[in-house]
Design a protein around this ligand. Structure first.
Ligand code: KG4
Ligand code: ZN
Length: 351
């Protein structure tokens, strides 16, 4: 079944055409306009989606060499995310579905990330522990099947990517901060400074990264009057990166131990981090576990993961189950949408 999927929840406009786990196109346009503000500005993001979405749509069909008439269903991210950004994608999707008389399948963005490892590697088996680490989310899930998953833990405040971004801003390094810190850290010593690893020993799967940002800010203020000398920037980058990665690795492997699950998937923008990858692969090898990092284009926000999940729903329920155009966009916080320890039935979930 051919699915045209649309993703616009944050600052990437993406449209993909997928056929099961075959990706025919996955066009992703990132909005660089936010870099001068040090973070995503919601109003600018929604306007940028609006400007480019039609072009991305045509490009995606062209790359896939299919026409809209041959598409079996439209899929779209409807939650969670920036409301104005979600509205652009959802209304574009609804317009297409109405005009061309196609079923429309709303997909949860986080669920897209959770299952992206199965799109990357079809040999990966359930159950799996899935960690989603991005600018907006940091969470650990236990995925039992394409129909069922459980939330094990969530960040209580900032996401890991947000910590990278805010610390980069404090150092005047630019946005997004993750790739910049990653690069600089390669030249530095991760043990040069000791920054807090909040909740490292909390015996649960929750995270908290806002304290690290505050501690880093205070450190710069007290020691360097906010202007650290250039030569220590790589050591600062390596030390702060190590504080973030240590907590991520500890929690995701602890979940794998507790539930006796050897398959681990790490997705979301922060999963591009080279130190995180290095640590995860080394630990997996030592503990005889399997860790899958989706390719960058499937880790960052992308429409292919949305189409892939929509295909599972469509195969299970059939097109007639997706003729409801009244679903809305949800910007709710992760904590209310993904209750801990409660099994979520994904296919029959009420959107
Ligand atoms: O998943 P994503 O593209 O968008 C959402 O936030 O949903 O993730 C973007 C985040 C940003 O915070 C960015 O700084 C971070 O991913 N990131 C990285 C790296 N590449 C991107 N963080 C650490 N190391 C990287 N190499
Ligand atoms: Zn995301």
């Amino acid at each position: 079944m051919l699915i045209l999927a649309i993703e616009s929840s944050c600052d990437e406009t993406s449209i993909a055409v997928v056929d099961g786990n075959k990706i025919l196109s996955n066009v992703i346009s990132s909005q660089f306009v936010h870099s001068k503000y040090g973070g995503v500005v919601p109003e600018i993001a929604s306007r940028a989606h609006l400007r480019i979405i039609n072009e991305i749509y045509h490009q995606s069909l062209k790359e896939a060499t299919v026409s809209i008439e041959n598409i079996d269903a439209i899929a779209v991210t409807n939650q969670p995310g920036l409301l104005g950004s979600l509205i652009v994608g959802v209304n574009f999707a609804k317009g297409l579905a109405l005009k061309f008389n196609k079923p429309i399948i709303p997909v949860d963005h986080i669920e897209g990330h959770i299952y992206s490892g199965f799109l990357e590697d079809p040999t990966l088996e359930f159950p799996a522990i899935a960690m989603v680490v991005s600018g907006g989310h940091t969470a650990i899930f236990k995925a039992d099947s394409f129909n069922q998953y459980t939330t094990l833990g969530l960040t209580r405040d900032d996401a890991a990517g947000e910590a990278f971004d805010k610390i980069s801003k404090l150092l005047g390094l630019g946005y997004p901060g993750g790739p910049i810190i990653d690069k600089l850290a390669k030249l530095g010593n991760p043990q040069a400074f000791n920054f807090p690893r909040t909740m490292y020993n909390s015996n649960d799967y929750d995270f908290s990264f806002s304290g690290l940002k505050t501690s880093f800010k205070n450190f710069l203020e007290h020691n360097y009057d906010n202007h650290p000398p250039k030569e220590i920037i790589p050591d600062l980058a390596a030390s702060v990166q190590s504080a973030i990665v240590d907590v991520l690795i500890k929690k995701v492997f602890a979940a794998s131990d507790e539930y006796n699950i050897k398959n681990i998937v790490i997705g979301g923008g922060v999963s591009a981090n080279s130190f995180l990858r290095e640590q995860a692969f080394a630990k997996a090898q030592a503990e005889n576990k399997r860790v899958v990092f989706p390719a960058i284009t499937l880790s960052m926000d992308n429409a292919a993961m949305i189409g892939f999940l929509a295909d599972k729903k469509l195969s299970e329920l059939g097109g007639d189950a997706f003729r409801d155009f009244t679903f809305i966009c949800g910007a709710n916080s992760l904590r209310s949408k993904y209750p801990k320890k409660k099994k979520i039935n994904l296919i029959n979930k009420n959107y």
